[in-house]
Design a protein around this ligand. Structure first.
Ligand code: CO
Length: 134
């Protein structure tokens, strides 16, 4: 069901420093920060030859990653995103197998303008999994 790894998202306590490290130390192609108010994050996209890394930094008062950074003050891997062809079909199969889709279970439009949903980390070996329809 899942296809390519679309991205790995890393929550960071200092977006400027993390972006500079990927650009200057690791020599990666690093984009400009983008505010995503509806997701409560500012994102820097890092484009690698085979996938992307997204640096996430809290935006606004109710950012979904604020609590994560409180527990992980130096940052950490927040979620991984796999591509699927049909997100509703994927959600139906996963729900039928007992996995929990977060929120109201309906796909939302993600940071790339495509439908996404998140799966409960306790159902996937402690990893928050995002599915993105491509
Ligand atoms: Co993501």
């Amino acid at each position: 069901m899942i296809g390519r790894l679309n991205h790995v998202a890393i929550a960071v306590p200092d977006l400027e420093a993390a972006a500079a490290q990927y650009r200057d130390t690791l020599g990666a192609e690093v984009g400009a920060p983008q505010d995503e108010p509806e997701h409560g994050v500012t994102v820097v996209f890092i484009t690698l030859p085979n996938t992307k890394v997204e640096l996430l930094y809290p935006l606004g008062d109710n950012s979904p990653i604020a609590g994560f950074l409180e527990k992980n003050p130096s940052g950490g891997i927040h979620h991984i995103c796999y591509e699927v062809q049909d997100i509703r079909d994927a959600a139906a199969k996963l729900t039928a197998s007992g996995a929990r889709v977060l929120g109201d279970g309906e796909p939302k439009i993600g940071a790339h303008g495509k439908p996404v949903l998140f799966l409960h980390p306790k159902d996937f070996t402690g990893t928050l999994v995002e599915l993105e329809q491509v």
